[in-house]
Design a protein around this ligand. Structure first.
Ligand SMILES: [Mg+2]
Length: 165
């Protein structure tokens, strides 16, 4: 019933995604969430862990595009610091339109693209709607607002019967 919310793979953090995930699944393109996936929600700039993950993607020949629901200011600041220009802000995930746009820009196919994010209802569901593989990581930082807490509770309910592979 909740299958459309199930990630294809789940890891604690991006550093734990093994190289073999990309090679075994023939992944050449990655759509990347930023907040709580690459850096904590409150960190405006990429840190060492984020940089080394992106460096690893490059060394594996995986092209990437940042696709964030956050606003232009946040996303641009993050990307400028990396010297990267491939990003889409205010992406409206889980709607697939901007995810597909990112894929089109990179020349990606459904079969060789992954979305990596920390949220079930935006990232995982968005990836499913776009027809691509979904990798979920644990959020780097829990945001303690009532709405966020409720969302996490709902994620737990939805993923109750989910078995990671
Ligand atoms: Mg996020």
């Amino acid at each position: 019933m909740f299958k459309k919310f199930y990630p294809d793979y789940k890891f604690s953090r991006t550093a734990d995604i093994p190289d073999s995930f990309f090679t075994d699944n023939n992944i050449r393109f990655a759509v990347l969430d930023i907040d709580n996936t690459l850096v904590p929600y409150t960190s405006p700039l990429p840190d060492e862990e984020a940089r080394s993950f992106l460096q690893r993607l490059k060394s594996l020949g995986v092209k990437y595009c940042f696709v964030s629901n956050n606003d232009e200011e946040r996303v641009k600041l993050f990307c400028d610091d990396l010297g990267e220009s491939e990003y889409i802000a205010k992406a409206g995930k889980p709607f697939a339109r901007k995810i597909k746009r990112a894929m089109w820009r990179m020349g990606a196919e459904k079969s060789n693209t992954v979305l990596i994010g920390d949220q079930v209802f935006t990232d995982v569901y968005g990836a499913k709607r776009a027809g691509i593989l979904a990798v979920m990581v644990d959020p780097l930082e829990a945001k303690e607002t009532p709405f966020f807490g409720l969302k996490r509770k709902m994620e737990k309910i939805v993923l109750k019967n989910y078995k990671p592979q």
